[in-house]
Design a protein around this ligand. Structure first.
Ligand SMILES: C[S@@+](CC[C@H](N)C(=O)[O-])C[C@H]1O[C@@H](n2cnc3c(N)ncnc32)[C@H](O)[C@@H]1O
Length: 261
C-alpha cells in the first residue's frame, strides 16, 4: 500500500474498533508523570502514525498541567503531516511537539525519554530486538518502555500470512515478543486488553468501507490480489465473524508490555 492508502485504511479500521479507546484509557490510568516542578516529561512515540492516538494521549497529560515534550517518529511523511495538523488543531501549543519523519533505525536522539512507546509498530521493524535494545538505551533513569502488540488469534492468523510474505520474515506477535523478552531476561509486566472490530461493511453494500477494512487487515491493496485470493480472504473472514445484533464483529485484543529501565 502506498502511504496515503495506508493512512486512509488505517483510519477506517480504527474507527470501527474500540481498541484505540481502550489503549487511550490505559495511558490515562497508567501514565502518571512524576516530574518535579519545572521539569519536562519527555515522551517518544515510535511509529506514531497520523497522531490519532498520540494527540489524545498528549491532551490527557496536558490537562493534568504536566510540562510535556512529545516526539513523534514515523517514516511515513503523510502520517507525520497529519500528526502535526492534529496537534495544531488540538491547541497544544504550550506542549512542545517534534515530528521526525524517519525510521527508528535512523533516529539519532539528543536526549533521553521518560516514556517511550511502540503502539502496533514493532511488526514493521526488520530487527525488533535491536529496536527494543536501542529504546532501552534511550530511557531516562526512571523511564518506562511500553509496547502494544497484537496477539495471534483469528484475525491475525490471516493478517500474519500476508505480513510474513510481504516482509519476508515471520511477524512478531505478542506471543513471540514474550519469548523474546524471556530469553533476554528483561523483566516486564503484561496485560491483555480485550476489544472488538466491527466488520459489517465487509459483508454489506458499503463496498468502499469494506475494501478499506479488508486492505488494512491484510496490509495489501486488495485490488492487486488475484480473484481466488480475495475470495479465500472473504470466506475466512466470514468464518470468524460473530453476529452482534445487526452487526458483525471480530475479536481485536491487544497485549501491553511494560518494561522499566
Ligand atoms: C499500524 S501503524 C500504528 C500507528 C500509531 N502508533 C497508532 O497506533 O495509531 C504502524 C506505524 O509504524 C510505522 N513504521 C513502520 N516502520 C517503522 C520503523 N522502521 N520505524 C518507525 N516507525 C515505523 C508505520 O509508518 C506506521 O505509521
Amino acid at each position: 500500500m502506498d502511504e496515503e492508502r495506508f493512512l486512509a485504511t488505517h483510519l477506517v479500521y480504527e474507527r470501527r474498533s474500540n481498541q484505540r479507546q481502550r489503549i487511550l484509557e490505559w495511558f490515562a490510568e497508567e501514565v502518571n508523570p512524576n516530574v518535579s516542578d519545572g521539569e519536562t516529561f519527555d515522551i517518544l512515540s515510535v511509529g506514531c502514525g497520523g497522531g490519532h492516538l498520540d494527540v489524545p494521549i498528549a491532551s490527557t497529560l496536558f490537562d493534568r498541567a504536566v510540562r510535556l515534550r512529545y516526539t513523534g517518529l514515523d517514516p511515513n511523511v503523510v502520517e507525520c503531516e497529519s500528526f502535526a495538523r492534529l496537534w495544531r488543531a488540538a491547541a497544544l501549543d504550550e506542549a512542545h511537539l517534534e515530528v521526525v519523519a524517519e525510521s527508528f533505525e535512523d533516529f539519532r536522539a539528543s536526549r533521553s525519554f521518560d516514556l517511550i512507546h511502540f503502539v502496533h509498530c514493532l511488526y514493521y521493524m526488520p530487527e525488533p530486538a535491536a529496536a527494543l535494545e536501542r529504546a532501552r538505551q534511550l530511557l531516562s533513569p526512571q523511564g518506562r518502555l511500553v509496547v502494544f502488540q497484537a496477539p495471534r488469534g483469528a484475525l491475525n492468523e490471516l493478517a500474519g500470512r500476508f505480513y510474513d510474505k510481504q516482509y519476508g520474515r515471520p511477524t512478531l506477535f505478542s506471543e513471540d515478543l514474550g519469548v523474546l523478552l524471556d530469553d533476554w531476561g528483561w523483566e516486564y509486566e503484561r496485560q491483555r486488553i480485550d476489544a472488538s472490530l466491527e466488520v459489517s461493511p465487509l459483508f454489506g453494500t458499503d463496498r468502499e468501507t469494506g475494501l478499506a477494512l479488508r486492505d488494512f487487515i491484510v496490509q495489501v491493496d486488495g485490488r492487486r490480489l488475484p480473484a481466488f485470493v480475495q475470495e479465500l480472504v472473504e470466506r475466512y473472514l466470514t468464518s470468524i465473524r460473530v453476529r452482534d445484533g445487526e452487526e458483525f464483529r471480530i475479536a481485536h485484543p491487544v497485549d501491553v508490555f511494560v518494561m522499566r529501565e
